[in-house]
Design a protein around this ligand. Structure first.
Ligand code: FES
Length: 154
């Protein structure tokens, strides 16, 4: 089991390596969410779900558990890059505990702010995360209005 200070050193090591290898500086928060993403799993029987593929061809899925109009659980998966993992992780962290309407308002900027920013060419990863989160909320709202459609969900 790795200690907290060993994990901090690991993060600083990755941060240094990424600067050397890509020339890009990622915040410690980005590295932390990449190495230890929040809820990176497929949720069974979610109340809301969306799968979105971005222009870069990476795909993200978001799953929501909703109780009394509050998002009590959120998870994600992605086949994307470091920053899409960090963005998905931040999106579900921001969503948990908020009302459905507040979650629908979570934006690309909210995710970027939570992560301490992203390099210019990676900012679209945060947009993919906010778009997928919003689509999952819309899926939840649609199924609340027409619950029988749940039977035909794939
Ligand atoms: Fe496609 Fe990050 S490069 S989501």
């Amino acid at each position: 089991m790795i200690t907290a200070s060993e994990f901090d050193n690991l993060i600083k090591g990755f941060q240094k390596r990424l600067v050397e290898e890509t020339g890009e500086c990622y915040s410690e928060t980005v590295i932390r969410h990449w190495l230890q993403p929040r809820n990176p799993f497929v949720m069974e029987n979610p109340d809301g779900h969306a799968r979105v593929t971005g222009p870069c061809k990476d795909t993200m899925e978001v799953f929501l558990r909703v109780s009394s109009n509050i998002v009590t659980g959120a998870s994600f998966t992605t086949d994307g890059c470091i920053t899409s993992i960090a963005s998905g992780s931040m999106a579900v962290e921001l969503a948990e505990g908020k009302s459905v309407s507040n979650v629908r308002e979570i934006s690309q900027d909210d995710i970027l702010n939570g992560l301490g920013g992203l390099p210019e060419e990676s900012r679209h990863c945060a947009l993919l995360a906010s778009d997928t989160l919003r689509a999952a909320v819309d899926d939840y709202v649609r199924f609340i209005a027409e619950p029988w459609k749940r039977l035909y969900r794939h």
